[in-house]
Write a protein that binds this ligand. Sequence first.
Ligand code: GCU
Length: 672
Amino acid sequence: MKKIIILALAFITALQLKAQEGHQLWLRSKESLPVTVICTMHSPTLTIAEQELRNGWQGESGATVKLTIKKNKALKSDGFRLDKNMIEATTDLGILYGVYSLLRRQQTGEKMIGTISNPSYQIRILNHWDNLDGTIERGYAGHSIFWRKTNPFVVTLKDKALWKAYARANASIGINGAVLDNVNASPKILSENYLNRVKSIADVLRPYGVRVYLSVNFASPISLGGLKTADPLDSSVIMWWKNKVKEIYSLIPDFGGLLVKASSEGQPGPQQYGRTHADGANMLADALKPYKGVVMWRAFVYTANDDDRAKQAYNEFMPLDGKFRDNVIIQVKNGPIDFQPREPFSPLFGAMKKTSIMPELQITQEYLGHAVYLVFLSTMWEECLKSDTYQQGEGSTVARCTDGSIYPQKYTAIAGVSNIGLDSNWCGHPFAQANWYAFGRLAWNDTLSSSQIADEWLKMTFYKDASKKLRERNYKIDWTKNFLKPVKQIMLESRETAVNFMMPLGLHHIMSANGHYGPGPWWAPKGVRPDWTPPYYHQASSNGIGFDRTAKGSDAVSQYHQPLATEFNNLATCPEIFLLWFHHLPWNYKMKNGRTLWNALCYHYDKGVKQVHRFQQEWDNLKPFVDSAQFKLVQLKLSQQYDNAVLWKDACLLYFQQFSKMPIPKDITPPV
Ligand code: GCU
């Protein structure tokens, strides 16, 4: 009997490993060359580092590589130094990151010798919006890898294999944390059964340096603990959280901390007890402090009656600057509204000077075409991270205001809302994997360019397919010229393309309701909160279009530091990419190139559609370079994207035309 069970388990494991071949992301297995690895210390993490090096070595055949752990003032805790035949770090994890970096450099041809690499942020974390029934909020790649509805507490070998592959992928790009459940958190996550499952996950993730964190519901003391209140100043509530935190750490000694969405979109929070965000966050921070845990408290707040949703987070949080404990980090979405295809950066970055602030980016493409559109989000994040806030003079970029370069934050962190699920390619769209990759790389180095990130990802993901295919066909084609260059160009253009056919010139939040896929600028049923309806944002009428956030309007411009406040407020200096974000303008307003605003809008929509069409044509030429299943999948998705781009263009132009009453320019395909 025992033998049969062992055989069955071996068979299942073999199947799982096989299934994972298609799961290999940018870690495609390589034909490695022999290498001798010398490491005098031992730990599970170092064992992984040694194995990875042996399995992936592409350097000099028969070389000897030494892994050395020692103090070096130039290295931060996760940092490493690469030298000829040596990887040096101050921790085991630093060695592991060094190994992945070295292997990547061998594949991409990037410089190696003498490289010192330290992470920009201490906490580089994925937020999984995974519900305990296995569904994922805004997830487009299947169900959760952590939770499921049936047999929710059984941990199978398959679960463990998947979590391990997940941890490995994260470690390979430097991600070192994961919040396992949705920000709209179920109190049940803190019950004994779920905490035991969290422990199992943590045990698998640990050797790869990925610490687990949980999202918690602020009303848990009531719904789970049976208390009458969740008031953060109530002594029984304080005690409940202290005990709960103690219980968590008894299971998971390296637990990272808690993420909280409170007093936001109907979630319970301190405000319903007349307390502030600081009261709520500090109460949890005090419970976590003895264990070195952190609280990530989200600033995603807005109310139905606000005159301008874009201003609310700043208004609520600025007065609290300096009132948070040093283990509280305020988690701020990149823009002031909600992960739109383009937003200016949130004015909170750099403005809160005595509080740790962390950017929250969205990897899952909630507003950017789900798992259908090819959109490389790196350029969008780069735009945000490199935006100058001017808060401490020129060069106070969002990156530098949050990574500890300017303010002495005790903790620095950056979060990405994950796009992964049980889908056989993890992310739904082959190119969506590049967004997971890009998030990790930017979290490690917030000065990287999207061009470099795309370059690395393409080389690691596609080179093997192509070379094999080309070998089979026995003809010489220059891979760099014929594959890398055009695909990289598509990736780098892809986000602007989506902006063009969805929400050009600073338009925002005009997508279809609830699903957030496709256009819906007209959607405004009676009884729905106005700030959930697109007309609140585009303000189109016969007078013109755009949200007036100038000093004469909602005055959101004044939340930005000079010279930005004036630059955005003034029509002559406001960047056209943000025109209708900050200004309400007549349809015949003259753009810099002499076109009317209406015509400019028409041309942007049309350009976006043409760009997608060009992507399709270019992809069609790339068949010899890509595995045929992937090739067809991308082809299919591009054709769906094209159809949806046409829909965006036609729907928006027809809808806005009823107000502009101006003709569509003759050289644009008319809406049908
Ligand atoms: C968006 C999204 C929600 C999510 C929320 C958040 O509004 O549509 O699904 O819960 O952001 O970030 O909390």
